[in-house]
Write a protein that binds this ligand. Sequence first.
Ligand SMILES: Cc1cc2nc3c(=O)[nH]c(=O)nc-3n(C[C@H](O)[C@H](O)[C@H](O)COP(=O)(O)O)c2cc1C
Length: 173
Amino acid sequence: MAVGIYFATTTGKTEDIAERLHQMLSTAESPKDLADLPDLNEFQTLDGIICGIPTWNTGADSERSGTAWDSLLEDIAALSLKGKKVALFGLGDSSTYTENFCDAMEELHSYFIKAGATMVGYVSKENYTFEESKSVIGDYFCGLPLDEDSESDMTDERLSNWSIQLKKEMTGL
Ligand SMILES: Cc1cc2nc3c(=O)[nH]c(=O)nc-3n(C[C@H](O)[C@H](O)[C@H](O)COP(=O)(O)O)c2cc1C
């Protein structure tokens, strides 16, 4: 059983979280920067895929991340990921960007759904303070939102809870 962790970042925070998550999920492979991958074919060799994405393009409907993920969305949709479990974590700022908190996560989520993946790792929107997020579906975020700008003191607990959740929901961990 193989699980990979992938991230893209502009100022390094999503990479830092990917490393911290890897310490908690030691059976997963070491985190890889999406910008260094030649293509996404290795996604098809895995049982589980964990992806980290920040939001930079505030309010945008498309290409919300502002990172390497944006140009790979159609490539994700073209993959066949049926039977694979995918979990997302998003980096954002719930204070300064409270009307667009972690918006990019949902865009990535929609493309993995197109590829046939089974999405796991949803997190209740309770315990977060924000106005709006495209990444809320019903009462849940479609992944784990993290805020290293305004709520970094909550990150350890959020990561720890999520890693326990993923060990239950994701094959291979
Ligand atoms: C110009 C700018 C725009 C941003 N837009 C958003 C946004 O729309 N929503 C959000 O939640 N965070 C937003 N952020 C916060 C970043 O997503 C956050 O700092 C994140 O941790 C950056 O991750 P990275 O270091 O991996 O790139 C923005 C930050 C800046 C400086």
